[in-house]
Design a protein around this ligand. Structure first.
Ligand code: ZN
Ligand code: ZN
Length: 357
């Protein structure tokens, strides 16, 4: 099997550039194996260079794939690019989604006129969207860890404890089980607060009768998991139970639609139509799902304006929600890997409405 850098080289040629400078650290990690906080890679048909500063020379020697020529530079790594490039006229790609205007100006100043800078978009991200077996195993392990932490957490009860306390406990439990950290700050949002899809936990206690949206994930070996469950703190009213069932129906239909060849827009529509038919279209304001990997939000997207087409090896979330302002929110999210002919759900937690103390 060809290395990731080999596969990128093919794409560099297709993009009409001779080489590309990779500065996004997650992309650098994906291509070279390096996990430090200052490094870049230059990749082209005849170029494979990794650059870091003196603090990371030893780490790079251990981690960076041997096909890279490893170089040490000053703290300002951009200065080293000039010396690493082949002679002659050259079209050099840079990651336009990650390079700041200031860095671009600096590159322009540092490089001789023979080098033309060309913005490229999504080259590494599209490779990252299709996971290798080892990556799927890492995401599966992160998911299992997050599932186990949640089961213990939920058994401890929610009523009378603050959202902030609960979020902290869930995060702590994931770390105690070996996670490098949460893949994002956990969300615990009770009652009307659950109507904010990205709510920050408050110093407010969960009360009996509220629905509580909990969205969390673990990071393990660099790979993320992502999951949401909405649970009932004690008995909830009929309205809450009805919305829960609606979101669950949409989620199950969305999962069923996740299959190789399906468009991200199409899959989103399958779940969205169910919510719209129940009169809640305006209460589902976000996309159905997103890719997960080294980043918790990456390609492909399941959304109304998505151009993605799903492929085996994609790992995506399916997470419809209904948010009634001032009243309640429900979201249910599973993590799914696309197989040759369908999907496997990685999340192992029940989706029957769970009632806690
Ligand atoms: Zn989530
Ligand atoms: Zn998500």
């Amino acid at each position: 099997m060809s290395s990731r850098a080999d596969r990128l080289t093919e794409r560099v040629t297709e993009a009409g550039v001779d080489a590309v400078v990779i500065t996004d650290l997650v992309n650098v990690r994906y291509l070279t194996g390096y996990t430090g906080s200052n490094g870049l890679a230059l990749i082209g048909a005849n170029t494979r260079v990794f650059v870091t500063d003196f603090r990371y020379v030893e780490q790079a020697a251990e981690q960076v794939e041997p096909s890279f020529d490893r170089r040490r530079a000053s703290l300002d790594l951009l200065e080293a690019i000039k010396d690493a490039l082949p002679a002659g006229e050259l079209r050099l790609g840079f990651e336009e989604d990650h390079v700041s205007v200031r860095e671009h100006g600096r590159l322009r100043d540092l490089l001789p006129d023979r080098i033309e800078l060309v913005g490229v978009h999504g080259l590494v991200e599209e490779l990252r969207a299709v996971k290798e077996p080892g990556e799927i195993a890492a995401i599966r392990a992160a998911t299992e860890l997050a599932d186990a932490a949640f089961e213990q957490f939920i058994a401890g009860g929610l009523i009378g404890r603050t959202e902030r306390e609960l979020a902290l406990e869930l995060e702590f439990d994931m770390r105690r089980r070996g996670a490098e950290g949460p893949s994002f700050a956990p969300i615990v949002a009770a009652g009307p607060h659950g109507a904010l899809p990205h709510a920050s936990p408050r110093d407010v206690e969960v009360r009996r009768g509220e629905l509580v949206v909990i969205d969390w994930g673990a990071q393990l070996d660099g790979y993320c998991s992502d999951c949401t469950r909405t649970v009932a703190a004690g008995e909830i009213d009929e309205r809450g139970a009805e919305i829960y069932q609606l979101v669950l129906d949409a989620q199950l239909a969305g999962l069923e639609a996740v299959t190789p060849g399906a468009g991200g827009r199409e899959v989103d529509a399958v779940a969205r139509e169910i919510i719209e038919a129940a009169g809640h279209g305006e209460h589902f304001g976000h996309g159905l799902g997103h890719g997960v990997g080294l980043d918790v939000h990456e390609a492909p997207r399941l959304a109304q304006r998505s151009e993605s087409v799903l492929k085996p090896g994609n790992v995506v979330t399916v997470e419809p929600g209904v948010y009634l302002p001032g009243e309640l929110g429900v979201r249910i999210e599973d993590l799914v890997v696309l197989t040759g002919d369908g999907r496997e759900i990685l999340t192992g937690l029940t989706k029957e409405l769970t009632r806690t103390g």
